[in-house]
Design a protein around this ligand. Structure first.
Ligand code: NAP
Length: 293
């Protein structure tokens, strides 16, 4: 298949480029920095900006399937941008007759009280679902891998202080997924006809909390940390705390950390394991791999 990756230079996209090549697909790699990126031989770069329609001419031509891996979390108005970008992509993919689109979204425990970040991820799902292609949505919580923004927040936290005063969301249940497993699922849905039009959750074999993830990450680095959740943390203290505890750009870290109030676990009925069973990586191993690069 000729497969377009929209967001091919990012954390997920760059891994997906290699995995799709290994699965014998032709790959078109799109992003604003595609021409300067170092892709493996055979990859066709397509440089463009979803914010500039003139750069999108011919984007989906001759493409059988596309992965949509875009977010604009660095911008204040990320929801507006992500809505506009998804519409632009949807129009081009529909006009070019793309057969299937796969979108990697976020898991949310409670659909009634979504953080702005997760509400925006849902809105992109809804925009894409109106396209003239079969949409498959995979929803993930933290993807554990080197260079994953959300995992870097966890990693940075364990580097900062031996005693961590943290917001109480640290006890929220979460079910991360290993980067390798997320990529395997993403590649495998292309061959799984049953996943056309479906929405699935993906996750590790067990449920964790941010607290246990922090502990496991600290242990893997041979560090001792004492985690002290504070029942109430004012927005001011919370943002001060975040600036102190991670090198991840504040504009990205803030909406991600806001989302950590919500449990993010796999809904057993929506678990992609039911359709595509894979040998899932335990979180402990995923953390070790992410830390050793
Ligand atoms: N990482 C996680 O833990 C995680 C968890 C759950 C879901 N997800 C979802 O997975 C998807 C990919 O995440 P990621 O972590 O791989 O993100 P990422 O590393 O930030 O990659 C984003 C990609 O989008 C491209 N991009 C951004 N704005 C663009 C624009 N205006 N025009 C063209 N390309 C643009 C970026 O390349 P340029 O900057 O070069 O343009 C990059 O290739 C997102 O939908 C995210 O919500 C991620």
């Amino acid at each position: 298949m000729r497969v377009l990756i929209v967001g091919a230079t990012g954390f997920v996209g760059s891994r997906l480029v290699e995995a799709l090549l290994e699965a014998d697909h032709e790959v078109v790699a799109f992003s604003r920095s595609a021409n300067s990126a170092e892709f493996p031989d055979g990859v066709e770069p397509f440089e463009g900006d979803l914010g500039d329609p003139q750069t999108l001419e011919g984007l989906c031509e001759g493409v059988d399937a596309a992965y949509y891996l875009i977010h604009s979390l660095t911008a204040e108005n990320f929801a507006e941008l992500d809505r506009t970008y998804a519409r632009r992509f949807r129009e081009r993919a529909s006009a070019a007759g793309v057969d299937r689109v796969v979108y990697l979204s976020g898991i949310s425990g409670d659909e009634r009280d979504l953080s702005p970040h997760l509400a925006s991820r849902r809105e992109v799902e809804s925009v894409l679902s109106a396209g003239e292609f079969d949409l498959t949505v995979l929803r993930a919580a933290i993807i554990i891998g080197t260079d994953s923004t959300s995992f870097r927040i966890v990693d940075d936290l364990t580097d900062r202080l031996p005693v961590m005063t943290v917001p109480k969301w640290v006890r929220t249940p979460c079910q991360p997924v290993a980067a390798d497993d997320a990529i395997t699922y993403l590649v495998d849905v292309l061959d799984a006809e049953a996943t056309r039009g479906g929405t699935y959750d993906i996750g590790a074999p067990s449920v964790w909390s941010y607290q246990s993830l922090l502990r496991q990450t600290a242990d893997a680095k041979g560090k001792r940390v004492l985690i002290v959740p504070v029942p109430v943390m004012s927005p001011e203290l919370s943002s001060y705390w975040l600036r102190l505890t991670t090198d991840v750009q504040y504009a990205i870290a803030r909406p991600l950390v806001e989302s950590m109030r919500h449990p993010v676990t796999v809904d057993p009925e929506r678990d992609l394991q039911n359709v595509i069973p894979i040998d899932r990586t335990p979180v402990e191993r995923a953390i070790d791999r992410a830390l050793t690069g």
